[in-house]
Design a protein around this ligand. Structure first.
Ligand code: GLA
Length: 388
Protein backbone atom coordinates (compact mmCIF):
# COMPACT_ATOMS: atom_id res chain seq x y z
CA UNK A 1 0.00 0.00 0.00
CA UNK A 2 2.86 2.36 0.79
CA UNK A 3 4.43 1.77 -2.61
CA UNK A 4 1.11 2.29 -4.41
CA UNK A 5 0.34 5.50 -2.53
CA UNK A 6 3.86 6.84 -3.16
CA UNK A 7 3.63 6.09 -6.87
CA UNK A 8 0.20 7.69 -7.16
CA UNK A 9 1.44 10.76 -5.30
CA UNK A 10 4.50 11.15 -7.55
CA UNK A 11 2.34 10.88 -10.66
CA UNK A 12 -0.27 13.34 -9.46
CA UNK A 13 1.88 15.90 -7.71
CA UNK A 14 5.30 15.35 -9.21
CA UNK A 15 7.41 15.31 -6.04
CA UNK A 16 8.19 13.18 -2.99
CA UNK A 17 5.71 12.69 -0.16
CA UNK A 18 6.15 11.56 3.40
CA UNK A 19 4.21 8.46 4.39
CA UNK A 20 1.95 8.10 7.41
CA UNK A 21 0.26 4.90 8.44
CA UNK A 22 -2.77 5.16 10.67
CA UNK A 23 -4.51 2.06 12.05
CA UNK A 24 -8.08 0.98 12.68
CA UNK A 25 -8.96 -0.34 16.09
CA UNK A 26 -10.60 -3.22 17.90
CA UNK A 27 -12.22 -2.98 21.31
CA UNK A 28 -12.25 -6.07 23.53
CA UNK A 29 -14.95 -4.74 25.83
CA UNK A 30 -16.42 -1.40 26.98
CA UNK A 31 -18.82 -0.32 24.24
CA UNK A 32 -20.71 2.98 24.42
CA UNK A 33 -18.99 3.64 27.73
CA UNK A 34 -16.52 6.26 26.49
CA UNK A 35 -18.95 9.19 26.24
CA UNK A 36 -20.29 8.19 29.66
CA UNK A 37 -16.84 8.77 31.17
CA UNK A 38 -16.36 5.04 31.65
CA UNK A 39 -13.73 2.48 30.67
CA UNK A 40 -12.73 0.93 27.34
CA UNK A 41 -10.21 -1.74 26.34
CA UNK A 42 -9.17 -1.07 22.74
CA UNK A 43 -6.08 -1.75 20.63
CA UNK A 44 -4.80 -0.59 17.23
CA UNK A 45 -4.68 -3.25 14.50
CA UNK A 46 -2.96 -4.16 11.25
CA UNK A 47 -5.65 -2.61 9.05
CA UNK A 48 -4.64 0.92 8.20
CA UNK A 49 -5.08 4.12 6.25
CA UNK A 50 -1.98 5.29 4.40
CA UNK A 51 -1.29 8.93 3.61
CA UNK A 52 1.28 10.06 1.06
CA UNK A 53 1.43 13.77 1.79
CA UNK A 54 3.54 16.92 1.29
CA UNK A 55 3.06 20.67 1.74
CA UNK A 56 2.30 22.54 -1.49
CA UNK A 57 3.15 26.18 -0.72
CA UNK A 58 -0.46 27.36 -1.33
CA UNK A 59 -3.59 27.98 0.78
CA UNK A 60 -5.36 24.97 -0.65
CA UNK A 61 -5.56 21.36 0.54
CA UNK A 62 -5.87 18.79 -2.24
CA UNK A 63 -6.65 15.16 -1.59
CA UNK A 64 -7.13 12.10 -3.75
CA UNK A 65 -8.77 9.01 -2.24
CA UNK A 66 -7.64 5.85 -4.00
CA UNK A 67 -10.45 3.78 -2.45
CA UNK A 68 -13.13 5.82 -4.23
CA UNK A 69 -11.12 7.30 -7.09
CA UNK A 70 -12.25 10.81 -6.09
CA UNK A 71 -10.37 14.08 -5.71
CA UNK A 72 -11.46 16.88 -3.41
CA UNK A 73 -10.01 20.23 -2.39
CA UNK A 74 -10.69 22.94 0.14
CA UNK A 75 -9.25 26.32 0.98
CA UNK A 76 -7.65 26.99 4.35
CA UNK A 77 -9.91 30.03 4.73
CA UNK A 78 -13.43 29.69 6.14
CA UNK A 79 -13.59 25.91 6.22
CA UNK A 80 -17.21 24.71 6.23
CA UNK A 81 -18.49 21.18 6.88
CA UNK A 82 -19.49 19.19 3.81
CA UNK A 83 -18.52 16.31 1.58
CA UNK A 84 -17.94 12.67 2.32
CA UNK A 85 -14.47 11.51 3.40
CA UNK A 86 -13.02 14.99 2.81
CA UNK A 87 -15.20 16.23 5.69
CA UNK A 88 -12.88 14.47 8.18
CA UNK A 89 -9.83 16.21 6.73
CA UNK A 90 -11.59 19.56 6.84
CA UNK A 91 -12.56 18.94 10.46
CA UNK A 92 -8.98 18.22 11.51
CA UNK A 93 -7.58 21.28 9.73
CA UNK A 94 -10.34 23.49 11.14
CA UNK A 95 -9.75 22.38 14.73
CA UNK A 96 -5.98 22.72 14.39
CA UNK A 97 -6.62 26.30 13.31
CA UNK A 98 -9.03 26.84 16.21
CA UNK A 99 -6.25 25.78 18.57
CA UNK A 100 -4.04 28.46 17.07
CA UNK A 101 -1.89 26.31 14.78
CA UNK A 102 -0.98 27.75 11.41
CA UNK A 103 -1.87 25.04 8.94
CA UNK A 104 -0.39 25.31 5.44
CA UNK A 105 -1.74 23.90 2.18
CA UNK A 106 -0.92 20.28 1.31
CA UNK A 107 -1.40 17.62 -1.34
CA UNK A 108 -2.17 14.06 -0.32
CA UNK A 109 -3.10 10.64 -1.59
CA UNK A 110 -5.06 8.41 0.77
CA UNK A 111 -5.39 4.67 0.51
CA UNK A 112 -5.93 1.87 2.98
CA UNK A 113 -7.48 -1.47 3.82
CA UNK A 114 -9.79 -0.62 6.73
CA UNK A 115 -13.24 -1.61 5.55
CA UNK A 116 -15.49 1.47 5.73
CA UNK A 117 -18.55 1.29 8.00
CA UNK A 118 -17.38 -1.99 9.53
CA UNK A 119 -16.85 -0.73 13.08
CA UNK A 120 -13.04 -0.56 12.89
CA UNK A 121 -13.05 3.21 12.89
CA UNK A 122 -11.72 4.16 9.51
CA UNK A 123 -12.79 7.73 10.26
CA UNK A 124 -10.57 8.05 13.34
CA UNK A 125 -7.73 6.64 11.22
CA UNK A 126 -8.26 9.33 8.60
CA UNK A 127 -8.34 12.02 11.29
CA UNK A 128 -5.37 10.72 13.29
CA UNK A 129 -3.27 10.16 10.18
CA UNK A 130 -3.73 13.75 9.04
CA UNK A 131 -3.01 15.12 12.52
CA UNK A 132 0.25 13.13 12.68
CA UNK A 133 1.19 14.25 9.16
CA UNK A 134 0.59 17.97 9.78
CA UNK A 135 2.23 17.80 13.19
CA UNK A 136 5.31 16.29 11.55
CA UNK A 137 5.39 18.60 8.52
CA UNK A 138 4.68 21.81 10.44
CA UNK A 139 6.33 21.07 13.78
CA UNK A 140 3.28 21.70 15.99
CA UNK A 141 4.64 19.41 18.71
CA UNK A 142 1.20 18.19 19.69
CA UNK A 143 0.84 15.42 22.23
CA UNK A 144 -0.93 12.27 21.09
CA UNK A 145 -3.85 13.11 23.38
CA UNK A 146 -4.15 16.60 21.87
CA UNK A 147 -4.30 15.03 18.43
CA UNK A 148 -6.97 12.57 19.64
CA UNK A 149 -9.04 15.50 20.97
CA UNK A 150 -8.75 17.30 17.64
CA UNK A 151 -9.99 14.19 15.82
CA UNK A 152 -12.89 13.86 18.24
CA UNK A 153 -13.85 17.54 17.83
CA UNK A 154 -13.63 17.13 14.05
CA UNK A 155 -16.06 14.23 14.30
CA UNK A 156 -18.47 16.23 16.48
CA UNK A 157 -18.63 19.33 14.36
CA UNK A 158 -18.08 18.13 10.78
CA UNK A 159 -19.87 14.80 10.21
CA UNK A 160 -21.80 15.60 13.42
CA UNK A 161 -21.27 12.36 15.39
CA UNK A 162 -21.02 13.12 19.11
CA UNK A 163 -18.53 10.30 19.62
CA UNK A 164 -16.41 9.56 22.67
CA UNK A 165 -12.62 9.55 22.63
CA UNK A 166 -11.98 5.80 22.29
CA UNK A 167 -11.37 5.54 18.55
CA UNK A 168 -9.07 8.53 18.22
CA UNK A 169 -7.27 7.53 21.41
CA UNK A 170 -6.65 3.96 20.21
CA UNK A 171 -5.53 5.11 16.78
CA UNK A 172 -2.90 7.40 18.30
CA UNK A 173 -1.74 5.40 21.33
CA UNK A 174 -1.72 1.82 20.06
CA UNK A 175 1.22 -0.37 20.95
CA UNK A 176 2.16 -3.67 19.31
CA UNK A 177 0.75 -6.70 21.17
CA UNK A 178 -0.86 -4.59 23.92
CA UNK A 179 -4.42 -3.65 24.72
CA UNK A 180 -5.08 -0.38 26.52
CA UNK A 181 -7.32 0.26 29.46
CA UNK A 182 -8.46 3.87 29.13
CA UNK A 183 -10.34 5.76 31.80
CA UNK A 184 -12.39 8.09 29.63
CA UNK A 185 -12.85 10.58 32.47
CA UNK A 186 -9.28 11.17 33.60
CA UNK A 187 -7.78 9.98 30.28
CA UNK A 188 -5.31 7.90 32.30
CA UNK A 189 -4.40 4.72 30.51
CA UNK A 190 -2.44 1.54 31.04
CA UNK A 191 -1.02 -0.96 28.57
CA UNK A 192 -1.67 -4.65 29.13
CA UNK A 193 0.35 -7.14 27.16
CA UNK A 194 -2.14 -9.19 25.19
CA UNK A 195 -0.48 -12.30 26.51
CA UNK A 196 -3.00 -14.65 24.96
CA UNK A 197 -1.88 -13.71 21.50
CA UNK A 198 -0.29 -17.09 20.93
CA UNK A 199 -3.35 -18.93 22.30
CA UNK A 200 -6.06 -16.97 20.52
CA UNK A 201 -6.50 -14.88 17.41
CA UNK A 202 -8.66 -11.81 17.24
CA UNK A 203 -11.04 -12.62 14.39
CA UNK A 204 -13.42 -9.97 13.07
CA UNK A 205 -16.47 -11.14 11.15
CA UNK A 206 -18.20 -8.54 9.02
CA UNK A 207 -22.00 -8.66 9.13
CA UNK A 208 -21.86 -6.95 5.74
CA UNK A 209 -24.39 -4.43 7.07
CA UNK A 210 -22.90 -0.97 6.67
CA UNK A 211 -23.60 1.15 9.65
CA UNK A 212 -23.98 4.88 9.62
CA UNK A 213 -23.45 6.36 13.05
CA UNK A 214 -24.17 9.83 11.74
CA UNK A 215 -27.68 8.64 10.96
CA UNK A 216 -28.53 9.92 14.40
CA UNK A 217 -29.18 6.81 16.50
CA UNK A 218 -25.73 7.15 18.07
CA UNK A 219 -26.49 10.71 19.16
CA UNK A 220 -29.91 9.57 20.44
CA UNK A 221 -28.21 7.00 22.72
CA UNK A 222 -25.90 9.65 24.06
CA UNK A 223 -28.83 11.98 24.77
CA UNK A 224 -30.74 9.18 26.53
CA UNK A 225 -27.77 8.54 28.84
CA UNK A 226 -27.58 12.24 29.65
CA UNK A 227 -31.30 12.33 30.34
CA UNK A 228 -30.90 9.37 32.70
CA UNK A 229 -28.10 11.10 34.62
CA UNK A 230 -30.22 14.24 35.03
CA UNK A 231 -33.08 12.26 36.51
CA UNK A 232 -30.85 10.17 38.74
CA UNK A 233 -29.20 13.32 40.10
CA UNK A 234 -32.41 13.88 42.10
CA UNK A 235 -31.34 10.89 44.18
CA UNK A 236 -27.57 10.97 43.62
CA UNK A 237 -26.75 14.69 43.35
CA UNK A 238 -23.01 14.12 43.03
CA UNK A 239 -23.33 11.87 39.97
CA UNK A 240 -21.94 13.71 36.96
CA UNK A 241 -22.20 10.83 34.54
CA UNK A 242 -23.18 7.16 34.46
CA UNK A 243 -19.61 6.47 35.49
CA UNK A 244 -20.55 7.60 39.00
CA UNK A 245 -23.38 5.07 39.37
CA UNK A 246 -23.53 1.32 39.82
CA UNK A 247 -25.98 -0.94 38.02
CA UNK A 248 -27.57 -1.70 41.42
CA UNK A 249 -28.25 2.01 41.99
CA UNK A 250 -29.84 2.30 38.55
CA UNK A 251 -32.02 -0.74 39.29
CA UNK A 252 -33.14 0.74 42.59
CA UNK A 253 -34.35 3.89 40.83
CA UNK A 254 -36.03 2.17 37.88
CA UNK A 255 -39.37 3.78 38.81
CA UNK A 256 -37.93 7.26 38.14
CA UNK A 257 -36.78 6.54 34.60
CA UNK A 258 -38.65 6.24 31.29
CA UNK A 259 -38.38 2.59 30.14
CA UNK A 260 -35.85 3.14 27.33
CA UNK A 261 -33.74 5.50 29.40
CA UNK A 262 -33.65 2.90 32.15
CA UNK A 263 -32.47 0.21 29.71
CA UNK A 264 -29.71 2.47 28.38
CA UNK A 265 -28.49 3.42 31.85
CA UNK A 266 -28.59 -0.15 33.08
CA UNK A 267 -26.54 -1.32 30.10
CA UNK A 268 -23.86 1.36 30.50
CA UNK A 269 -23.41 0.82 34.23
CA UNK A 270 -23.26 -2.96 33.75
CA UNK A 271 -20.80 -2.59 30.90
CA UNK A 272 -18.47 -0.45 33.02
CA UNK A 273 -18.56 -3.15 35.68
CA UNK A 274 -17.81 -5.77 33.03
CA UNK A 275 -14.73 -3.89 31.78
CA UNK A 276 -13.23 -3.80 35.25
CA UNK A 277 -13.94 -7.50 35.78
CA UNK A 278 -12.62 -8.41 32.33
CA UNK A 279 -9.34 -6.61 33.05
CA UNK A 280 -8.91 -8.51 36.29
CA UNK A 281 -9.52 -11.79 34.45
CA UNK A 282 -7.14 -10.89 31.65
CA UNK A 283 -4.42 -10.06 34.15
CA UNK A 284 -4.88 -13.49 35.71
CA UNK A 285 -4.87 -15.14 32.26
CA UNK A 286 -8.48 -16.26 32.71
CA UNK A 287 -9.52 -16.11 29.11
CA UNK A 288 -12.78 -18.06 29.41
CA UNK A 289 -14.05 -15.77 32.16
CA UNK A 290 -13.14 -12.64 30.21
CA UNK A 291 -14.78 -14.18 27.14
CA UNK A 292 -18.02 -14.83 29.04
CA UNK A 293 -18.16 -11.10 29.81
CA UNK A 294 -17.85 -10.36 26.08
CA UNK A 295 -20.92 -12.51 25.37
CA UNK A 296 -22.77 -10.69 28.17
CA UNK A 297 -21.72 -7.37 26.65
CA UNK A 298 -23.27 -8.41 23.33
CA UNK A 299 -26.49 -9.37 25.05
CA UNK A 300 -26.69 -5.94 26.70
CA UNK A 301 -25.86 -4.10 23.47
CA UNK A 302 -28.57 -6.03 21.69
CA UNK A 303 -31.41 -6.11 24.23
CA UNK A 304 -30.88 -3.06 26.45
CA UNK A 305 -28.89 -0.62 24.34
CA UNK A 306 -30.50 -1.74 21.06
CA UNK A 307 -27.58 -1.00 18.79
CA UNK A 308 -27.21 -4.48 17.29
CA UNK A 309 -28.96 -5.91 14.23
CA UNK A 310 -30.19 -9.43 13.32
CA UNK A 311 -27.00 -10.23 11.39
CA UNK A 312 -24.75 -9.30 14.34
CA UNK A 313 -26.97 -11.22 16.77
CA UNK A 314 -26.75 -14.24 14.49
CA UNK A 315 -22.93 -14.01 14.33
CA UNK A 316 -22.63 -13.68 18.13
CA UNK A 317 -24.93 -16.63 18.58
CA UNK A 318 -22.96 -18.78 16.10
CA UNK A 319 -19.77 -17.94 18.00
CA UNK A 320 -21.35 -18.94 21.30
CA UNK A 321 -21.96 -22.45 19.96
CA UNK A 322 -18.28 -23.02 19.22
CA UNK A 323 -15.94 -24.39 21.88
CA UNK A 324 -12.92 -22.75 20.20
CA UNK A 325 -14.39 -19.28 20.79
CA UNK A 326 -13.58 -17.81 24.21
CA UNK A 327 -15.75 -14.75 23.71
CA UNK A 328 -17.50 -12.74 21.01
CA UNK A 329 -19.67 -9.67 20.64
CA UNK A 330 -20.56 -6.86 18.26
CA UNK A 331 -17.91 -4.17 18.18
CA UNK A 332 -18.01 -0.38 17.81
CA UNK A 333 -21.02 1.90 17.44
CA UNK A 334 -23.27 -0.86 16.13
CA UNK A 335 -26.19 -1.12 13.66
CA UNK A 336 -23.89 -3.25 11.50
CA UNK A 337 -20.16 -3.70 11.17
CA UNK A 338 -18.21 -6.56 12.73
CA UNK A 339 -18.25 -8.97 15.61
CA UNK A 340 -15.00 -9.49 17.47
CA UNK A 341 -14.22 -13.12 18.30
CA UNK A 342 -11.39 -14.55 20.37
CA UNK A 343 -10.70 -17.82 18.60
CA UNK A 344 -8.28 -20.57 19.65
CA UNK A 345 -5.23 -20.47 17.39
CA UNK A 346 -5.18 -23.60 15.27
CA UNK A 347 -8.97 -23.73 15.08
CA UNK A 348 -9.39 -20.44 13.25
CA UNK A 349 -9.89 -22.06 9.83
CA UNK A 350 -12.59 -24.38 11.12
CA UNK A 351 -14.34 -21.45 12.82
CA UNK A 352 -14.21 -19.30 9.69
CA UNK A 353 -15.59 -22.07 7.49
CA UNK A 354 -18.42 -22.74 9.92
CA UNK A 355 -19.40 -19.09 10.23
CA UNK A 356 -19.17 -18.43 6.51
CA UNK A 357 -21.30 -21.42 5.65
CA UNK A 358 -23.98 -20.69 8.25
CA UNK A 359 -24.14 -17.00 7.41
CA UNK A 360 -24.35 -17.69 3.69
CA UNK A 361 -27.20 -20.12 4.25
CA UNK A 362 -29.11 -17.57 6.31
CA UNK A 363 -28.41 -14.33 4.44
CA UNK A 364 -27.18 -15.40 1.00
CA UNK A 365 -23.87 -13.51 1.31
CA UNK A 366 -20.48 -14.57 2.51
CA UNK A 367 -19.21 -12.45 5.41
CA UNK A 368 -15.71 -11.04 5.10
CA UNK A 369 -13.41 -12.24 7.86
CA UNK A 370 -10.29 -10.45 9.09
CA UNK A 371 -7.73 -12.19 11.26
CA UNK A 372 -6.08 -9.26 12.92
CA UNK A 373 -2.93 -8.58 14.88
CA UNK A 374 -2.38 -5.81 17.43
CA UNK A 375 -0.02 -3.13 16.16
CA UNK A 376 1.38 0.33 16.88
CA UNK A 377 -0.66 3.51 16.60
CA UNK A 378 -0.46 6.11 13.84
CA UNK A 379 3.08 6.99 12.82
CA UNK A 380 5.36 8.50 10.24
CA UNK A 381 6.60 5.53 8.21
CA UNK A 382 8.87 7.34 5.84
CA UNK A 383 10.16 10.86 6.08
CA UNK A 384 10.97 12.59 2.86
CA UNK A 385 14.63 11.71 2.44
CA UNK A 386 13.92 8.01 2.66
CA UNK A 387 11.19 7.88 0.02
CA UNK A 388 13.31 8.34 -3.08
C1 GLA B 1 -18.01 4.62 17.95
C2 GLA B 1 -17.54 5.92 18.59
C3 GLA B 1 -16.76 5.65 19.88
C4 GLA B 1 -17.53 4.73 20.81
C5 GLA B 1 -18.05 3.51 20.06
C6 GLA B 1 -18.96 2.67 20.90
O1 GLA B 1 -16.93 3.87 17.51
O2 GLA B 1 -16.72 6.64 17.71
O3 GLA B 1 -16.45 6.86 20.52
O4 GLA B 1 -18.57 5.41 21.45
O5 GLA B 1 -18.76 3.87 18.88
O6 GLA B 1 -18.25 2.14 21.97
Amino acid sequence: MIATATKEFRQRFNREPIIISSPGRINLIGEHTDYNEGFVLPAAIDKRIIYAIALNGTDTCNAYAMFSGESASFSLHNIEPGGDWINYLKGVVYHLQQKGHEVKGFDCVITGDIPIGAGMSSSAAVEGGLAVALDHLLGFNLTRMEMARIGQLAEHTFPGVKCGIMDQFANLHGRKDSVMLLDCRSLDYQYFPFSFSSEVKVVLVNSMVHHSLASSEYNVRRAQCEEGVKILQQVYPSANSLRDLTSAQVQQQQHLLPAKVYDRCLYVTQENERVEKACAHLQRNELKEAGALMFASHEGLSKLYEVSCPELDFLAQLASQRPEVAGARMMGGGFGGCTINLVETGKVDAFCEFVQEQFRQRYGVSPEIYITSIEDGAKVELAVEAVA
